[in-house]
Design a protein around this ligand. Structure first.
Ligand code: AMP
Length: 417
């Protein structure tokens, strides 16, 4: 193969194939159109990509893959919905397939570790990994809190593990008990690093990173929706000469979403919600509230009305959350009431409406919430309830969006029920 030098990104150069170089250069013109075929991927991985129906790289994949596939570290500013999961999974899979281990392998010594802040996200990533890696023969294990340790351990001890997808706490448990060893790790992915920071996981993540080989001897990919100073300083500690890629998804997220803000008194919210849910257009709806107790209350009241709906919050057991998500994904239930943490990172296509029963206190959460609808090129509707006690949160959301939100009185027909 003929190699050229890649464009300088963050002070690093690396060899790229001609096709990949051309593809990477195209991304600079804001019109990335990179086919997976140009990336010289392992055939078994290509089969998985084709089976999923991915026709070309998403912008983050087009920008990052030509570099990470060469073994480079990367820091990506990207949110859910950009295709970042496939970006890091393709990197890992290709590397593991290109460099098979010679000699004996041992149980509980994974070659790649992916850390994510929530159990839902871990399961989502593992699910994506199973689909993408369907023809590769590589094995993935998930380690999450709130689920049976012994069962997870049995899986770890069943066969050699290539990839571990975990929440930080449960992986620490495995390391501490000597049930998992990270000294053979070749690749480390830290997903949603900003959320791990917000949730107080950084001390645990630091310990996990210290259990892996030093940064010069592993590939590290770090993704975060925001690049705060704290995140950048952690990224500098953990990555070696990384490239940096920023994908701004807010515009993508909002483009396909008809965002409505209804001005109403807080005591009218439940009635209006019920009226919205009764409309035939509400085929698949996620209702967000800020706190677990609110989520519980809304869920209870909807159920009392005979509306079958699911609940997704931190106080619900993992098994129940998993079942609920499956039911929602399959369309068996069409309404899900969720908190931000539980709702984050869940990608279900075909969500018709996102309802903000409460405005989120963090404007970033607004973007995440409405990003659950209007996916995969479809149109979606978000309806936010603004009342006397939360309307003051709107200006900050508008500032983040870079657009003003049209606030209207609730349509008459929704108030009558
Ligand atoms: P993520 O940002 O990882 O949450 O991915 C969002 C969605 O995009 C997931 O449903 C992926 O299956 C899908 N996806 C990822 N990469 C591609 C691609 N290249 N083409 C089409 N869909 C993709």
């Amino acid at each position: 193969m003929c190699y050229a030098r890649a464009p300088l990104i963050n002070g690093c150069t690396l060899p790229l194939s001609d096709q990949a170089l051309e593809a990477a250069e195209k991304t600079a013109s804001q019109a990335p159109d990179v086919s997976f075929g140009a990336l010289d991927l392992d055939p078994s991985l290509m089969r998985g990509i084709e089976a999923l129906g991915f026709e070309k790289c998403s912008p983050i994949q087009a920008q990052i893959l030509p570099h990470t596939l060469q073994g480079h570290d990367a820091i990506g500013k990207a949110q859910t919905g950009t295709g970042k999961t496939a970006a890091f999974l393709i990197t890992l899979f290709n590397d593991l397939l290109n460099n098979p281990v010679e000699g004996e392998r041992y149980l509980a010594e994974p070659r790649a570790v992916i850390l994510a802040p929530t159990r839902e996200l871990v399961m989502q990533i593992a699910d994506d990994a199973r689909q993408l890696g369907k023809f590769t023969g590589l094995s993935t294990v998930t380690l999450i809190g709130g689920a049976d340790y012994a069962k997870q351990l049995a899986k770890v001890n069943d066969r050699v593990t290539d990839i571990v997808v975990a929440t930080p706490g449960r992986l620490i448990d495995f390391i501490q008990r000597g049930d998992m060893h990270l000294d053979r790790v070749e690749s480390l992915v830290l997903d949603e690093a900003d959320r791990m920071l917000d949730m107080g996981f950084i001390p645990q993540v630091k310990r996990i990173v210290r259990s892996t080989p030093k940064k010069e001897d592993r590939q590290t990919l770090l993704f975060s929706a925001t690049f705060s100073q704290d995140i950048m300083s952690l990224a500098t500690q953990w990555t070696f000469d990384p490239i940096t890629v920023e994908i701004e998804p807010e515009r993508i997220a909002t483009e396909n979403v008809d965002q409505r803000v209804y001005l109403l008194e807080s005591r009218d919210r439940l009635g209006v919600l019920k009226a919205i849910l009764a409309s035939p257009e509400s085929t698949s709806v996620i209702v967000f509230a800020n706190r677990r107790d609110q989520v519980r209350r809304v869920h209870e009241r909807l159920q009392k009305q005979g509306l079958e709906c699911g609940i997704l919050s931190g106080e619900i057991t993992q098994a129940k959350r998993t079942k609920t998500l499956e039911q929602f994904k399959s369309g068996r239930i069409r309404v899900l009431v969720a908190t931000d943490v539980a709702g984050r990172g869940i990608h279900v296509d075909g969500v018709s409406h996102v309802i903000n029963y409460d405005l989120p206190e963090d404007p970033e959460d607004y973007v995440h919430r409405i990003g659950r609808t209007g996916r995969a090129g479809e149109k979606g509707v978000s309806i936010s309830f603004a009342s006397e006690d939360n309307a003051f949160l709107l200006p900050e959301i508008e500032a983040l969006l870079g657009q003003s939100l049209k606030c209207v009185q609730v349509p008459e027909e929704l108030l009558k029920t």
